[in-house]
Design a protein around this ligand. Structure first.
Ligand SMILES: *Cc1c(COP(=O)(O)O)cnc(C)c1O
Length: 399
């Protein structure tokens, strides 16, 4: 396959200044990924700071309820409460190796911004985060959290003042100040080599699943299930299993208020091929190729595209992508809370909901792993409001 291409997807659609930065990044990454000292240091960060390996938990009551064995890969137990830390620690370490003193990132809901600010604090780097003004209003707690961690948050007022505009601004800022700045991308998206770098830093999820299922069950799982925004937790889960044709790779996309509405974020189910943010992939766009507004109850899933390697895995039929609505995800959020005492992120709840929808396809001998990409504490208030149990501001409706 050509450099940075997954079938016809991926590539490097970038200005000349950015091409310089991307080439510098790729050269640094190639030597780092073959340097045992770099790998050892990265693994030490994961162990000592992120708290890895994460548990592969046998969900017994859920297994009994569904009729087959369900294991939960507990990325929610990582430091900062999600899988994003795996990637930002790797990229921050790469920044240090390249002599860059400053991290920049874009963020939508604030989760990737918080993770990047955390890694910057851990390694003593400065950090600037670009965030749409509209998102800053909606996620003021995360803005303060980033500031607490020592980052500066810059309001982006262009366009719709949301994630895609923040991403464009972060790319512009990178091309203005390549010399001391490292751009930390939060998912398996963007121009080459980012989709590959992020996948490599997230594959620890799948590697741990593989080793542990072989160890404990002396076999590979029947299926892996994960939610997809840009696709990093799913890619990290799937990647070590791509050659194992007997393992089903199943992903949930955010169908928001439904695929028959225009309020969703399901790129593969409802999108088409395009070029945006430096890559060729599948995007939600209008007839003129303008990126469409996206919606999901889950702020972490409302990106208008998907990583190029997912677009390819979908095209060749190796991985399967299904839409899951807000309603289905909220039901699953409550279900996992009650049946296992684990409150999943609303993003991860999409994966739980999908397995419940597909349960008839599995039987007693099956072993299915769901990646719980993050914890749900951040979502409790919003779900309480969705159910009419809480008013905005967090007080109960009941006297
Ligand atoms: C950001 C986020 C996602 C979506 O990102 P991917 O790159 O698709 O993994 C999913 N779950 C949680 C908890 C997140 O914070």
């Amino acid at each position: 396959m050509k450099k940075g291409r997954y079938g016809s997807y991926g590539g490097q659609y970038a200005s000349e200044t950015l091409m310089f930065a991307l080439n510098e990044l790729e050269t640094a990454y190639r030597t780092a990924q073959n340097d045992p000292l770099f790998i050892e240091e990265y693994k030490r960060f994961l162990r000592e700071y992120a708290g890895r390996p994460s548990l592969l938990y046998h969900a017994e009551r859920m297994s009994k309820d569904l009729g087959f064995t369900v294991l939960l890969k507990r990325e929610d137990l990582n430091h900062t409460g999600a899988h994003k830390i795996n990637n930002v620690l790797g990229q921050a370490l790469l920044a240090v190796r390249m002599g860059k003193k400053r991290l920049i990132a874009e963020t939508g809901a604030g989760q990737h911004g918080v993770a990047t600010a955390t890694a910057a604090a851990y390694l003593g780097l400065s950090c600037d985060v670009y965030m749409g003004l509209e998102d800053m209003r909606r996620q003021s707690l995360n803005v303060y959290r980033m500031e607490l961690l020592g980052a500066q948050v810059h309001a982006v007022t262009d366009g719709t003042a949301t994630l895609k505009d923040a991403t464009s601004e972060a790319l512009r800022e990178w091309s203005r100040r390549v010399s001391d700045t490292f751009y930390v991308i939060g998912s398996v998206v963007g121009p080459h080599p980012y989709p590959e770098i992020v996948r490599d830093f997230q594959r620890v999820i799948g590697d741990e699943i593989r080793n542990e299922t072989l160890d404990r069950y002396h076999r590979l799982p029947t299926a892996l299930v994960a939610c997809v925004g840009g696709g990093s937790n799913a890619m990290g889960t799937f990647y070590p299993f791509i050659a194992d044709q007997e393992v089903r790779l199943i992903a949930s996309e955010a169908a928001g208020r439904g695929m028959d509405t225009s309020t969703h974020a399901a790129s593969i189910s409802g999108g088409s091929v395009g070029v945006f943010h430096g890559m060729k992939s599948i995007f939600l766009q209008d007839d003129e190729g303008q990126i469409a507004p996206v919606y999901s109850i889950s702020a972490g899933l409302d990106y208008p595209g998907i990583g190029p390697e997912h677009a390819y895995l979908n095209e060749i039929g190796r991985a399967e992508y299904f839409p899951v609505t807000d309603d289905e995800a909220v039901d699953a959020f409550e279900y996992l809370s009650r049946i296992e005492g684990i409150i999943p992120a609303i993003e991860s709840s999409h994966a739980v909901a999908l397995l419940i929808k597909l349960k008839e396809q599995f039987g007693t001998d099956d072993l299915v792993v769901i990646t719980i990409s993050g914890r749900g504490d951040k979502d409790v208030e919003a779900i309480g409001q969705y159910r009419g149990r809480l008013k905005a501001g967090g007080t109960s409706n009941e006297a």
